[in-house]
Design a protein around this ligand. Sequence first.
Ligand SMILES: [Zn+2]
Length: 460
Amino acid sequence: MTATLTFLGAAGGTVTGSKHLLEDGASRLLLDCGLFQGLKPLRLRNWAPPPVDPKTLQAVVLSHAHIDHSGYLPRLCRDGFAGPVYCTGGTLDLLRIMLPDAAHLQEEEAAFANRHRTSKHDPALPLYTVADADRVLARARRVAFGERFTPAPGVEARFTPSGHILGAGLVTCVIGGRRLVFSGDLGRYDVPIMVDPDAVAEADVLLVESTYGNRVHSPDDPTERLAAAVRRAVDQKGWLLIPAFAVGRSQEILHDLRALETKGTIPRLPVYLDSPMGIQATAIYASHTEEHDAALTALEADGIRPFAPRHLTLARTVDDSKRLNDAAGPGIIVAGSGMATGGRILHHLKRLLPDPRTTVLFVGYQAAGTRGRVLKDGATEMKMLGAVVPVRAQIMVSDAYSAHADREEILRWLGGFTRPPGMTYVVHGEPDAASSLRDAITSRLGWPAAVAEDGQRVSL
Ligand SMILES: [Zn+2]
């Protein structure tokens, strides 16, 4: 039987739920095992019977730790998957904090539904539990970048750096003499902390992500807005609040603050990292020196901790966080969540948004409907934690931070192929982004390309 690939998620105009089934007569494995996130019809897909019998899968190969690529794994294990999960060391260390956290949220959601009787199911059950997440971690197999491994009979695989977040890999699988390359999530060129996406020379079939397939990132230096926000906090003797994702963005912000201090662009203010997951993720980023880019390695050689501004305090406990209520500005608080949908940043926003001396800097994408988006769009008051809070703080935005390659960067990476892929399937993009990238691939590179359809099965 010739090898086939079936797109089970992050296809047909969807970004989340990344899952691709690779099989031939002898082997059967999943590339990625992501959770569907976002609008309800998508989230309901996590509750549908698994699209493939988990007991028949021999392995899962994971491109990186983000929940939209890994967060269905606990459910897969609960439903009978008993094989190994292959990933890089960085990915595994991040999974150790991210999967139990995702499971904890599922358990809380079910408990909330039971308390408030908001579910038609009685009792409402979590999609999976922390024990299910632990089961995944027990199945994980750590593989170094560049190391060849055999996830299933007759399949040889390898990760190379994609530059997206710590541990993120491009996946190459050779099955039945055919070479499949999966971009996972593609990072950017010449950005701090992360190495550039690794060049790939050839593939018979290529899967390429298209999150920003129709957009180009702002060419601005993101640290300029960051420095401006810090200077305002200094001038106003107020607080700068930076809502940031715990994994990736928090480390970039800490790194950039340190760099701006070293250059003398900003004074050394007290900086508080008020996020238990952010604190753990920062330790993981710091410990994986094998993934640090040349600039980070040079800093470390000079004895500088690259993720530590001079006056950094880690607020681990709730009491640590509450103690910030009594501290006087100017100072900087970095806390989750990145879109202000939850987490410790909410308490600080509730307390400090009414104060005109406060500055809030958004450093990531703010999805429609989130508090972050409402603030970014200029709300003058907002409901949070049971109160109506007037917004007198200055709201600032730095749009130039992103962990995803934009359209030009994706095309630059594709330009590294020395032999055009026999076929390129565009995945992991909203409909306009995916089709726009497909058009660019066919017109600029002259390669055959198609947007992967949801559920579509193709031959390799
Ligand atoms: Zn990702």
